[in-house]
Design a protein around this ligand. Structure first.
Ligand SMILES: [Zn+2]
Ligand SMILES: [Zn+2]
Length: 329
């Protein structure tokens, strides 16, 4: 089984990568664990609602999609694996995307670092589920980062719709930004975490740029960050136009939105919180912006920080689309 590599830092965004766009759901539960729909009902709903691929992620097992009618979807065998080791006692939930059916998974009592390495060793892409809902600290998250591109988690859920409905703890952007600033070059996904106990469908998804819709191609594109996450808006183009005096100029096109942001990690003294923002005048809708952002001054303590910028677009319903980070170096 081939381990998947992360992409090396570059200014190329998924919009400049050959391929097609596929909307996908990466976190769904069925009657094979604690969800209400059968696996086939889950496939049927996603096929009827504009998705191109689906990962059924029942707890601590791989629900084999063989035998299901895919209804045109690419079905990616996957799991949500429980693991141990949170510094405040929290359990980790790990999304393993593209896990061969029949794989014997580590027990839920296994340390998360070991479970992540196991999932990567069988060719899966791994994302940390709902960090805020789980009560994971940023140290817990960073423990799963690895400088080895073939090991470690590849990112985290920055938005989990069911966690948001259940406890208002579905939003983990702050943890993503902090861990990015501390050197973890990883990706952000949005998901539903559907169980169908509430209206937990169609709240968060990813749109992946891949050459074809096969489980391996989708998992590779996810590992390389060739996707964006959304709870509503579309990102239609992100292009790095160039670097001028250390500032990056970035052009963004979206579906009709209220605001388009460039965001980086905040530094209180350098007033660096929001890199740049474009808004429609007097509340008008906007669909494109060209924005620039400069890196913050080097910190006086000599501790280098990772400089990155990411795009977020927000519509009038306060739904967002999130690009993956663009690393300046
Ligand atoms: Zn979970
Ligand atoms: Zn779940």
């Amino acid at each position: 089984m081939q381990r998947l590599d992360r992409a090396a830092p570059s200014h190329t965004t998924p919009w400049q990568v050959p391929g097609q766009w596929y909307r996908g759901a990466l976190h769904c539960h069925t009657t094979e664990s604690d969800g209400q729909p059968t696996p086939q009902q889950t496939v049927d709903w996603h096929a009827a609602n504009g998705y191109g691929f689906l990962a059924i992620t029942d707890h601590d097992r791989v629900t084999d999609p063989a035998g299901l009618d895919p209804k045109g979807l690419c079905l990616v065998p996957s799991t949500e694996l429980t693991a141990a080791g949170g510094e405040l006692g929290a359990a980790y939930h790990l999304l393993g995307i593209n896990v061969p059916p029949g794989t014997t998974l580590p027990s839920p009592h296994t340390l998360a670092t070991e479970s992540v390495s196991f999932l990567r060793s069988v060719g899966a892409t791994v994302f940390i589920a709902h960090p805020y809902w789980s009560g994971l600290t940023s140290a817990d998250l960073l423990a799963l980062w690895s400088d080895d591109p073939q090991d470690g988690a590849l990112g985290m859920e920055i938005y989990n719709g069911a966690s948001h409905l259940e406890t208002q703890k579905g939003d983990s952007h702050a943890a993503w930004d902090e861990t990015l600033a501390r050197g973890a070059r990883w990706w952000g996904i949005a998901t539903d975490d559907t169980h169908w106990g509430t209206l937990d469908r169609g709240l968060g998804w990813v749109v992946v740029r891949a050459p074809t819709a096969t489980p391996a191609a989708i998992a590779t594109a996810l590992a390389q960050g060739h996707f964006y996450a959304s709870s509503g808006p579309e990102l239609r183009q992100i292009e790095v136009l160039g670097e001028e005096d250390g500032a990056l100029r970035i052009h963004v096109e979206t579906s009709p939105c209220a605001a388009i942001y460039l965001l980086a990690y905040g530094d209180h003294d350098s007033a660096y919180n929001a890199g740049a923002i474009a808004r429609g005048e007097l509340g008008a809708t906007i669909t494109e912006a060209t924005l620039s952002v400069s890196p913050p001054p080097a910190p006086a303590d000599g501790n280098g920080r990772t400089w990155y910028v990411r795009v977020q677009a927000t519509d009038w319903q306060r739904r967002s689309a999130w690009s993956n980070p663009i690393f300046a170096s």
